[in-house]
Design a protein around this ligand. Sequence first.
Ligand code: FE2
Length: 278
Amino acid sequence: MRLIFLGDVVGRSGRDAIARELPLLRERYRPDLVVVNGENAAHGFGITEDIFLGFLAAGADVVTLGNHSFDQRDALIFIERYPNLLRPVNWPKGCPGRGSALVDTPSGRRVLVLQAMGRVMIEPMLDDPFPVVERELEACPMGLACDAVLIDFHAEATSEKMAFGHFCDGRASLVVGTHTHVPTGDHQILPGGTAYMSDAGMCGDFDSVIGMEKSEPIQRFLRKLPVERMRPAEGPATICGVAVETDDATGLARMVAPIRVGGRLSQAIVSAWEIEVP
Ligand code: FE2
């Protein structure tokens, strides 16, 4: 099975790039499932219902969130209507919405999509993600109750992300980090067969400070005072993400590759999936 995950979409630049490029990626690579992190899509802070529906229209099957899940207050309401809009699964009991989804693909397979949030250098401090995800994986074992498992681990610290990847190794198809907005070069298949990448990178303008227009973040470092609101940078976005091919019998990864399309970063295509044109 072919899985595509695209990292945090930041502001209008990221949204426009998703609307333009995701239909082309679907046509080019024919993925069974596409997951997009949309927690910075509404001017950098949270997501609106219209933006979520726009991602589905562009070709996303599931949208994940993170620490900014409820920055747009309406999300507390509309998240209940969409089983394919996920906030971190380790949000304490009573939080609206859900953190996992069992998705039926058009090819007749089932994929468990999960999002969890780390607890190192990130707010809010949620429940411990390790035992929460342990329970989720035990309830839906890969190869038995589902054909693949995709986990978005939304965290700041690469140490926590790597520990979490190894914790899930052999029990998930992909553990991919989000939140830090910079694509890492450590994509690999771990010893137990789980594809891993510390951060997928953002879908946003890289002439910025992690997607935000750079003057305000720089002056905050210099003066330790806010002058104006942070706003997303508006130049052309690079779509950043990761592609995984899974084994149909076990759900484990057979191939993992980064995706980078458009904007300023060096481009990365999924050469293993390129269709030979005679
Ligand atoms: Fe985040």
